[in-house]
Design a protein around this ligand. Sequence first.
Ligand SMILES: *Cc1c(COP(=O)(O)O)cnc(C)c1O
Length: 420
Amino acid sequence: MKLWYPYTQMKNLNPYPEVIKGKGALLHLNDGRILVDGVSSWWSSIHGYNNEELNKTLVEQTQKISHVMLGGLTHKPAKELAEKLVEITPKGLNHVFFSDSGSVGVEVALKMSIQYWSNKNKSKKNKFISLTNSYHGDTFKAMEVSDDSDFIQAFSGILNKGYFINAPIDGFLQKDIENDCKVLEQILIYNHKNIAAFILEPIVQCAGGFKIYSPNFLKEVRKLCNQYDVLLIFDEVATGFGRTGKLFASEHSNVTPDILILGKALTAGYLGHAATLATTKVFNCFLGKNYENAFMHGPTFMGNPLACSIALKSIEIFEREEYLKKIQQIEAIITDEFSKISSPFIIEKRIIGAIGAIELYDKKYIDGFKEFALQNNVWLRPIGNIIYLMPPYIIKKKELKKILKVINNWFILIHLKHDN
Ligand SMILES: *Cc1c(COP(=O)(O)O)cnc(C)c1O
């Protein structure tokens, strides 16, 4: 096979379903089948597919300019998007650096933190703290701040890993997190002189297993990072743009990080792009007489005018159509339908915003699930021992219920299979 697929054992690969068209939350296949999409194409297509307003925006921008370098030239879509992102993200994040994907947005954040300290003549501060179960992308430095998993196994011998701590395990409502912060504090006390930043996904660790933790943890982390002079980075590539029920997951805690990364839903599934936002404290550290103090990064396609105009239009629709209300309704339906599922194979059901996840005791209970969903015209793609859905926000009630019905039916099926 000429085409090499991601995360895929290519030996004896069964042909993948071929998509010829999308509309709303539906994917049309070349054999006539129509699938309801429960994954939003890796959580990006929040308006579904083939949105007329977004299509029009793209065409109009193409007729003006599709791409121009941001090194030495500028343009309105990039300037306006920067302004809009500063307006809607937590207060204090005043500067926006664009790049072409979430992983690169993470690289930018990590490089920014390292150079921040080196500009302050503290170049020993170059290590990172992250959470166990974290996933921050597939590039090298992103792998270093990600927890061990199938994704990085082949490279583990050459990765220069930093510090890892456990996120609290008692869920969103956990009040007392003092104990959960003890290890973090110890690491900071003894090693803060070597640590540039703490990077984490606020509230939900998505690819790391849809683990949900308390906003109180973020508040405590913010306090400790301030106390020990360590930058705080929020990776909202997955959680941003409403996924957890707030526009940004950091809003659950009212914590502003020093650096924030956005990607995936930023461009609504139309084009790859990411934004790394920084506070004025971080930005100012790159000002000075020396060229070397300037931030040394610049992807070819950063600030791409098509990507920026799509992002602007996507945010406009999100606000105008009150997507946060739609997300609340999605959460209510998932909660209701999940409550009908009960199984001895389930460790935990987790729901927040437009995310529903069911963790099972063993991967074997998920064998064949993707195929089962496909047979029922639903597109879902479990991660490890977890079945999850993250549908487009425009999904119809009927379509959403269909996805949830398929999940429910799966449990009936495996009960029969594993009972005898
Ligand atoms: C997907 C993801 C990334 C990587 O983004 P890509 O666009 O795939 O490079 C980084 N961080 C988080 C939290 C993600 O979910």
